[in-house]
Design a protein around this ligand. Structure first.
Ligand SMILES: Nc1ncnc2c1ncn2[C@@H]1O[C@H](COP(=O)(O)OP(=O)(O)OP(=O)(O)O)[C@@H](O)[C@H]1O
Ligand SMILES: [Mg+2]
Length: 254
């Protein structure tokens, strides 16, 4: 399988702190990769760099072999890179349906007069179909007209994932999709990821390692901004460097 996204010597410094340091990361098309590591090891910052949320201090990112390091986030979404956030990120005052429509409209071609373009596009059959399909996929069709503020946290997480599916991405970046969920909600989200991983290339940051072991083909481990180990889950979890980086902080939860 070819690499879908690669980074070379990717680095992000915040004033004196190096959050991501010379990271060479790659994700093969069709694979599901887990990114693990202690708190503050740079996992979310890596996603911010891949999705264009922050510019890197140094290094390069390529998607399908083409450099994307200088592209803004919406251009990366249009190329097929979609992400969710560590804290669920949806518009609480809008309805479930409006959230899905807004996300899809953001990736429509630029150039049209914004207001007229918006009014026309949000009734466009292709947009309606994408949104309806995505909400059905995450089990939120019946809640489509509800304000998001009325949803449970688990449903908000499902909506956030649904929105990324509506974008029909090639690469899906999920930042701690199980954080803050009850056991029942975790089971729902794990089942959903199990289904979508067959269709998209997925990268999952997660502390609850035992919950994602069945889902991932590869694990990448970050510690203090560096990528310290990569391989199959069995290889990685038995690697002394991985045990050492968790020692005294938290044991890998498996
Ligand atoms: N915007 C920022 N400004 C300054 N420092 C930051 C910023 N974002 C992250 N950091 C720092 O960069 C380091 C890496 O943070 P990051 O959020 O990437 O870690 P993480 O591996 O996702 O941690 P966690 O598992 O707790 O979510 C931390 O020391 C953090 O405090
Ligand atoms: Mg994080």
């Amino acid at each position: 399988m070819a690499d879908l996204i690669t980074t070379s010597a990717l680095t992000k410094r915040f004033h004196g702190l190096t959050a991501v340091q010379a990271v060479d990361f790659h994700v093969r098309e069709g694979e599901t990769t887990g990114v693990i590591g202690p708190n503050g090891s740079g996992k979310t910052t890596l996603f911010h760099l891949l999705s264009g949320f922050f510019p890197p201090t140094a290094g390069e990112i390529r998607f399908c072999g083409e450099p994307i390091t200088a592209l803004p986030p919406h251009r990366r979404v249009a190329l097929g890179i979609a992400r969710t956030f560590q804290l669920v990120s949806v518009f609480s005052s809008l309805t479930v349906w409006e959230n899905a429509v807004l996300a899809v409209l953001r990736i429509q071609p630029e150039g049209a007069a914004p207001a007229r373009f918006f009014l026309r596009s949000c009734r466009h059959p292709a947009v309606l179909e994408r949104c309806a399909e995505a909400l059905e996929r995450v089990g939120l069709t019946a809640q489509a007209s509800l304000p998001v503020a009325e949803l449970s946290y688990g449903d908000k997480r499902m909506l956030e994932i649904g929105i990324t599916l509506a974008l029909r991405p090639r690469l899906l970046l999920l930042d701690e999709p199980l954080a803050g969920l009850s056991d029942h909600e975790i089971a729902r989200v794990v089942k959903l990821i199990g289904e979508i991983r067959r269709q998209f290339t997925v990268v999952i940051i997660e502390h609850k390692i035992s919950k994602i072991l069945e889902l991932v083909e590869r694990l990448s481990v970050m510690n203090e901004g560096r990528l310290i180990c990569e391989g199959s889950p069995a290889e990685v979890l038995s690697d002394p460097r991985v045990r050492e980086c968790y020692w005294g902080k938290e044991a890998p939860a498996c």
